[in-house]
Design a protein around this ligand. Structure first.
Ligand code: BGC
Length: 750
């Protein structure tokens, strides 16, 4: 630890010197470093550096330097902060190295540098805010804390679509709709980069399940691909212009596309060159997921710019391939250019991060604000909520360690809990694979808000004891959880560890039962009709308990709306079982868990037969009724939608939203389109616009939303382009995908 602090102090001092020196250069760039002239474009500056680089210096930019802080015995190279990745710089030319930190929901591995990192709510939760500002704030917290710990690149920003509610990483992603997820995660990455830290969008593409992620071949049609997952990436990348895009572990087959035929995502010419770089115009660099590179010449020519975390393929073998002409020098220069361009564009060379002390209070306040907008009220029968602090006499708090903390998501998104896991505190890095609770205690916060009530806790391990406490209490609040993490999917959407039986026992003892869910994604709820209140808190972050208590007692009026459909059961899904789950379960039995690779299993296919119909589109077109639909969420007030009109020329819609209740609140007004039959997409809606509308009691507002042609278009495989099909588009609006009282027609001519 001493060693780390000494390194931090030294870093701070040298960073200060460097900044002084850099600001002097900014005014008059030294003649021998013309790239320090800030009036040049990032492209010009990158080219000027490349002109001065030796072959070996170029090579250092196209691969990492090993497993760093991720593996216990891995060497931490000089200059590295011990995060997930480190790329060596060129000190001779004043170009710093790249220190990358995993930071999906907060900066990972902070504890090893004796730092604090804020745990934000899950990205899926934050996406339920439908609030661009909240997501920008989310990214800003990460960017700020990365800078304060000396990192200059985030490798968060996951935007794979939630095709399967059992995906272990759904909590890191923005949900099931490409427009919502792309917008939310794009804003997040913009927030990161607003702190002069490089951002990243991942895992490109179709890393939509964790089971067999390093061997599975995802099969999808081209049009479906472009209109679903790839559309989410297109939107996020277009908004954020991230420095990096991380290609995923899996293989991808785009049906009928010869250069995407069971090719690994990190050597998939169609995905990387044709779509990402050409069609999306992505100017940054493609870095492989950790261990996701499989070849040298093929990968380099298909568009991979940087191998991570090591140099097996893009180290010496690439140098040789450049020397013998198999990979042209111009391609190596392009790879290096893309990295340097990102560094100049994001200010990491002009204004490198200075290590400071992270402000935990500022982070907590920001996290709590985002949680206020993330927590979804799913059921509120007979207005059991909000609880009245003055009236409630006794409350039973049951289960999920709600006495000490809130659950967080695992894997590379894991943030170190301050002081260690709240259920078994030991300072240090949070271990892989264990559910980690953060010290934000629902019990304490509920007691604080209801000082005159008797508030007792039962840990829920003995259902009879839990039921006894519920019986003698006026209200019972049962906390249930679903720990999720990278490298593993849930076998089912049912709650693990017999928690349904716990809810059954509690509600049988006291019908005034409220269930609070701390889950990575949707779960089934066999007790849905018997409990009176249901609150989805997701993994709510370090301000989670405060936010949850504010919602339970009505100080915050819930405004979040589901960014993902809650099915009733696994058999409603396009694939009742996650492909490969049977193989995985056989292989894992009795084996120690290796989270990165499952190469010992036979490769298998996952055919994404639902195509573009991800989530609510699948449910609608198959006439299935989910447990809770996409876009759904209750409030302590009610809203009414009326008087919709369409401006055909402007391609915009207007309608009125009125708060018909007695409390101020924020409604998420959602607009969907049903495409004309000629598109073959008329059996389901697609989200095309939304607005968060804040209204006082009785207040109404007119909402006007412009519809973007791209959001209404289809991808035409014949012309490889987007096309706005002529015909009548039914435009509907309301409070969820299943509740759209307004409708009108938008006519698109030939
Ligand atoms: C994950 C990435 C992560 C990387 C480095 C991989 O296992 O898939 O999301 O950034 O590890 O930790």
């Amino acid at each position: 630890m001493l060693d780390w602090s000494a390194r931090c102090i030294a870093r701070t001092a040298s960073a200060a010197l460097l900044i002084g020196a850099l600001s002097a250069w900014a005014q008059t760039p030294p003649a021998n470093r013309p790239w320090m002239n800030q009036s040049l474009t990032p492209d010009q500056r990158a080219d000027l550096v490349i002109q001065q680089m030796t072959l070996d210096e170029k090579m250092s930019f196209v691969h990492g330097t090993g497993w760093n802080g991720l593996q216990a015995n891995a060497e931490i190279p000089k200059g590295s902060l011990g995060g997930a990745g480190y790329v060596q710089g060129v000190p001779r030319l004043g170009i710093p190295g790249i220190n990358m930190a995993d930071s999906a929901v907060g900066v990972r591995l902070a504890a090893q540098g004796s730092h604090y990192a804020t745990l934000l709510p899950s990205v899926l939760g934050a996406a339920c805010s439908w609030d661009k500002d909240a997501l920008f704030l989310f990214g800003s917290v990460i960017g700020r804390e990365l800078r304060e710990t000396g990192y200059n690149m985030s490798i968060g920003g996951g935007v794979d679509l939630a095709r399967d509610p059992r995906n272990g990483r759904n909590f890191e992603y923005g949900g099931e709709d490409p427009l919502l997820a792309g917008t939310m995660v794009g804003e997040l990455a913009r927030g990161v980069q607003s702190n002069q830290v490089m951002g990243d969008i991942k895992h490109y593409a179709f890393n939509d399940q964790e089971t067999g992620r390093t061997i599975v071949n995802e099969i999808v049609g081209e049009r479906a691909a472009r209109e679903s997952d790839l559309f989410a990436f297109q939107i996020a990348i277009g908004l954020a212009h991230p420095a990096g895009v991380m290609c995923s572990y899996n293989k991808v087959t785009v049906r009928g596309v010869p250069n995407s035929n069971a090719d690994w995502a990190c050597e998939n010419d169609y995905l990387l060159n044709d779509v990402l770089k050409k069609d999306f115009g992505f100017q940054g660099f493609v870095l492989s997921d950790w261990g996701g590179t499989h070849s040298t010449v093929k990968a380099a020519m298909a568009g991979l710019d940087q191998e991570q975390p090591g140099d097996k393929y893009l180290g010496a073998p690439l140098k040789e391939a450049v020397q013998n002409g198999q990979v042209p020098m111009s391609r190596l220069d392009d790879m290096v250019h893309r990295v340097l361009r990102g560094m100049f564009a994001n200010g990491v060379i002009d204004n490198p991060p200075q290590a400071e002390v992270v402000d935990p209070f500022r982070g907590r306040d920001d996290a709590e604000h985002i949680a206020d907008e993330s927590i979804v009220l799913l059921k509120d029968q007979d207005h059991i909520l909000p609880l009245s602090a003055g009236e409630v006499k006794s409350i039973a708090i049951i289960g999920s360690h709600a006495d000490v903390g809130v659950l967080s998501g695992g894997g590379s998104a894991q943030v170190d809990a301050p002081g260690g896991n709240a259920i078994n505190p030991k300072p240090g890095t949070s271990p892989w694979g264990q559910p980690i609770y953060f010290p934000s205690s629902p019990l304490k916060e509920i007691r604080r808000r209801a000082p005159s009530a008797q508030v007792e806790f039962n840990d829920g391990t003995d259902t009879a004891a839990a039921a006894r406490l519920a019986r003698i209490s006026q209200v019972a609040i049962v906390f249930v959880n679903q720990p999720m993490r990278e490298g593993r999917d849930a076998a089912t959407i049912a709650l693990p560890d017999n928690q349904d039986a716990l809810v059954d026992a509690v509600v049988a003892a006291n019908p005034r039962t409220i269930v609070v869910l701390e889950t990575g994604g949707p779960v089934s709820m066999p007790w849905v009709d018997r409990v009176q209140g249901i609150v989805e808190a997701w993994y709510p972050g370090i301000g989670g308990a405060q936010s949850l208590a504010a919602i339970l007692f009505g100080d915050v009026n819930p405004s979040a709306r589901l960014a993902i459909t809650f099915p009733k059961s696994d058999d409603q899904l396009p694939r009742p079982q996650v492909p490969g789950m049977d193989l995985e379960q056989k292989a894992v039995a009795g084996m120690p868990e290796g989270h990165h690779h499952r190469q010992e299993l036979p490769p298998f296919n996952a055919d994404l037969t639902e195509g573009v119909r991800v989530g609510y589109k699948w449910f609608e077109s198959e006439h299935k009724t989910p447990l809770f639909p996409f876009g759904f969420g209750l409030s302590y007030t009610t809203y009414e939608f009326s008087s919709m009109s369409v401006d055909q020329g402007q391609r915009s819609v207007s309608f009125t939203v009125r708060n018909t209740g007695e409390r101020a609140g924020t409604e998420v007004a959602q607009v969907y389109a049903i495409l004309p039959p000629s598109t073959d997409e008329s059996t389901f809606k697609r989200l095309v616009a939304w607005a968060r509308v804040t209204l006082g009691p009785g207040e109404s507002k007119r909402v006007n939303l412009k519809l973007d042609s791209l959001d209404l278009s289809i991808f035409d495989e014949a012309t490889k382009g987007w096309r706005l099909a002529p015909g009548d588009y039914e435009i509907v609006a309301g409070s969820s995908s299943a509740d759209t009282p307004l409708n009108a027609t938008l006519r698109v001519g030939e």
